[in-house]
Design a protein around this ligand. Structure first.
Ligand SMILES: [Ca+2]
Length: 538
């Protein structure tokens, strides 16, 4: 008799009837690794020059999806990744306003009937309490995201931990992995017969650019040639790898986040090396070049440290003999960020860049390079804001090691996929009063490329709007931004706006976007609200 995973592979995952074939399967474990503000092409296996040996090994042994999408921002991406609904349907994250329906369920709650224990370590950004509200069994919750070395607010199983003191040797990325490894060891010791789901939510490489000195040293000279050369090299590697077939989007010096500090403020508070716009590298002064390459070195150091910590978690999986049976996802919650702001303890221009007293951000020049070859940045829903590196690794269930998948997928698909692999029904709503999941199971794509069928993908963040149907994408920037229409089959760089050639198609897509947006809001607001007891205290 075929086991469930063999069945999925054999059929290329055609949607299966009730699984009579999995009477005694070993249920897979799940590890979802989320990076924060990491660009599409930062990792080596997506064309980048940053050292990511463990992420690259996952890609070699698994699948790389080329058209995986986030929502463009931290909170809503996490909401989708945990619920299987668009953020506008549940308002479950701290960035999406609205009534929170009582029917909202999280992946740990969906998996519990199938025998799973669930663990979370890292960033949260969800309005629900991690244990009482979302159903995790254990959670290390990092709330203070402004200090990698000395966070003042973090929780263990919803209880406050003491603030970290300077020189405690704490570094957030390492601490997040430490707790993950602890939870896995505890699972192996006390619950070895049960499958698990671990949600490993790093805060790196989100600003502030904070990294260990020895890690920054590694990249001292790597980015000396500047963002234009890096962009061209990444673009060419991505094309060679078959990950994209589009051109390279040009820099857009006239676009930056509206909440950024002004050029004058940046100059005053950060120094003459800061650059507020995505301008050509050749136009920078010597001082600016030096300062900017240092910032990219810190960004790279944060990613490499995260990769090494992922390696430690993988070692633990191997030590507990869970490696073959664990489905691992690697994702980033949005594209790299063009933000240039200063929070919390401020920025000390005398402090070593990357140290605790500095507060630097990557900014639009390098974020354009991190998002190569796409347009724009975090918070926009052009491809640069929403295209995520997307790796799925599962030795027991995926045999096409190292291959690419060009199917479109979205964070809403992740919980639905895992629910199906656990033995649940992805077509059944998770609670009374809930609409069907917006996500679909992408398990069919584990066996074969281009097999997923869906009507559309919807995007809406900060009035940045998009709808993708097949290869067509309608997209707009800002409430007053006009719709643009692209055919992504050849133009994922979003350079050739076809709206005047296909006005009827654009009108249809715009109408469908509006209908979805209205329906999501209406249903959300009409639903009975969740009990406040399940929510984090404001
Ligand atoms: Ca983010």
């Amino acid at each position: 008799m075929l086991k469930r995973r063999d069945f999925l592979y054999t059929l290329g995952g055609a949607l299966a009837p009730a699984p009579a074939y999995c009477s005694t399967p070993r249920k897979p474990n799940f590890l979802v690794i989320l990076a924060d503000d990491m660009g599409f092409s930062d990792a080596g296996c997506y064309g980048g020059e940053i050292d990511t040996p463990n992420i690259d090994a996952l890609a070699r042994g698994g699948l790389r999806f080329t058209q995986g999408y986030s929502t463009a921002r931290c909170g809503p991406s996490r909401s989708c990744l945990l619920t299987g609904y668009y953020a506008q349907q549940t308002a479950a994250d701290i960035m999406t306003r609205g009534n929170i329906p009582a029917w909202t369920r999280f992946l740990p709650q969906l998996l519990k009937p199938y025998g799973y224990r669930s663990y979370h370590s890292g960033k949260w950004h969800i309005r629900f309490r991690p244990l009482a509200g979302a159903g995790f069994d254990r959670s290390y919750t990092l709330l203070d995201l402004n200090r990698y070395f000395t966070p003042t607010a973090h929780l263990l199983d919803e209880a406050r931990l003491p603030p970290v003191k300077p020189n405690d040797g704490y570094y957030a990325t390492t601490a997040i992995a430490d707790w993950a490894v602890k939870f896995l060891r505890e699972h192996a010791a006390q619950h070895a017969g049960k499958p698990f789901y671990l949600y490993l939510a790093f805060s790196a490489p989100h600003f502030p650019l904070h990294a260990l000195k020895e890690d920054i040293e590694r990249y001292r000279d790597r980015f000396a040639e500047g963002w234009d050369a890096v962009r061209e090299r990444r673009h060419s590697r991505l094309r060679q790898m078959g990950i994209v077939n589009c051109g390279l989007a040009p820099l857009e010096p006239d676009v930056w986040p509206s909440w950024n500090l002004s050029e004058a403020e940046l100059r005053a508070r950060v120094g003459p090396g800061e650059v507020a716009r995505a301008v050509p590298w050749s136009s920078l002064t010597k001082e600016q070049k030096q300062f900017q390459r240092t910032k990219m070195a810190i960004h790279a150091a944060m990613i490499t440290r995260m990769d090494w910590e992922i390696g430690r978690v993988i070692e633990q999986l191997k030590a507990m003999d869970a490696w073959r049976d664990t489905v691992i996802f690697f994702l980033s919650d949005n594209g790299a960020s063009a933000e240039l702001i200063i929070r919390a303890d401020g920025h000390d221009p005398e402090a070593e860049p990357g140290s605790a007293r500095s507060h630097l951000c990557l900014g639009p020049g390098w974020s354009s390079a991190s998002n190569t070859p796409f347009r724009l940045h975090k918070s926009w829903v052009h491809e640069g804001g929403i295209a995520s590196p997307w790796i799925v690794h599962w030795p027991a269930g995926i045999q096409d090691a190292g291959a690419l998948r060009h199917d479109c997928c979205h964070f809403i698909d992740v919980p639905v996929t895992l629910l199906e692999l656990a033995g649940g029904d992805p077509l059944r709503a998770p609670a009374e009063g809930a609409p069907p999941f917006s996500g679909i199971s992408i398990a069919p794509a584990f066996g074969r490329d281009r097999v997923l069928k869906r009507e559309c993908l919807y995007f809406n963040h900060n009035n940045n709007r998009a709808l993708r149907v097949g290869d067509w994408k309608l997209v707009a920037a800002g409430a007053d931004g006009p719709w643009e229409l692209y055919n992504l089959a050849r133009d994922r760089a979003e350079q050739d706006n076809l709206i005047s050639k296909f006005p009827d198609r654009a009108e249809q897509l715009a109408a469908r976007w509006k209908q979805l947006d209205d329906d999501f809001a209406r249903r959300r607001e009409a639903s009975p609200p969740v009990s406040p007891a399940l929510l984090m205290r404001p």
